[in-house]
Design a binder for this molecule. Structure first.
Ligand code: HPA
Length: 273
């Protein structure tokens, strides 16, 4: 067995000492959206610090725990707080939680994040269905020896975000009368926000939203053949488009404002998956 899978299995053994819950959907809650985890029928929660070998989140406003429970009849595992590359972890550690949730049994991954909008039809407070991503500004999480038990050496990336799941999300948003935009998400490492020139570059490359997570998680999930969907919440307009300097507090305040709508949507969509 390869070293990555060995570490995943060590974490899994630790989780299995605490719960035998088998999730079908894994949900990652982005900045400011973590409260959703408290609104479901919780069966068990496990702090990341209770799991040997698991990286710890260090960002203010991010809780670090797995919440296991049900959204309607769907068994879910929710990550309340994710692990970011800018915190100083290796890319292998950043994506370990995804591999762990797959090992727990999850076959669908639902990604959420707060992102900067780039003005091309995207406003603060908008929700954006992620239809594709741009990964080439961050180290690929599959670099290094391939562990064939996890997936193939050269995984196809032509349809990372599952079309059927996109339909489900669009249906849920229309039922709830929530406007859902669609676009491409581009991940940068952070932690500094972008310069106006970098944002002009991102726009030219075809991105609609920019952030510091999600894409590398989608890559390893796709490697393991999980079904993936994602929603970005546009928490601010990106540098140069926004007139004021960016700050993490602004992102969190915007997330608080959109949280009820966002939570209703995610719950409805998952209950339909
Ligand atoms: N840039 C990068 N990451 C972000 C932003 C942004 O403007 N907003 C929320 N996350």
């Amino acid at each position: 067995m390869g070293v990555v899978l060995e570490r995943v299995n060590q974490c899994l053994a630790c989780v299995r000492e605490k719960t035998d819950f088998v999730p079908r959907v894994a949900l990652i809650l982005g900045s400011g959206l973590g409260e959703l985890a408290e609104q479901i029928e919780i069966v068990k929660s496990i702090d990341y610090s209770e799991i040997d070998g698991f990286p710890q989140s260090t960002v203010a406003g991010h809780k670090g725990r797995f919440v296991f429970g049900y959204i309607e009849k769907t068994p879910v595992v929710i990550m309340q707080g994710r692990v970011h590359y800018y915190e100083g972890y290796s890319m292998e550690e950043v994506v370990l939680p995804i591999r762990l949730m797959r090992a727990m049994g999850a076959t669908t991954l639902f990604l959420t994040n707060a992102a900067g909008g780039m003005g091309n039809g995207f406003q603060c407070g908008d929700l954006m269905l992620i239809t594709d991503h741009i990964a080439c500004f961050v180290p690929n999480p599959l670099l290094g020896k391939n562990e064939d038990e996890l997936g193939t050496r050269f995984p196809d990336m032509s349809e990372v975000y599952d079309k059927d799941l996109q339909e489900v999300i669009l249906k849920a948003s229309s039922e709830l009368d929530i406007t859902m935009k669609e676009g491409v998400y581009l991940q940068l490492t952070g932690p500094s926000y972008e310069t106006p020139a970098e944002i002009r570059m991102c726009k030219m490359l075809g991105a609609s939203a920019v952030g510091m997570s999600t894409v590398v998680e989608a890559i390893v999930a796709n490697h393991m053949k999980m079904k993936i969907c994602g929603i970005s919440f546009i928490s601010n307009l990106a540098a140069g488009i926004n007139e004021t300097p960016l700050c993490h507090e602004e992102v969190k305040a915007a997330a608080d404002a959109v949280a009820p709508k966002f939570q209703a949507l995610v719950k409805r969509a998952i209950s339909m998956m």
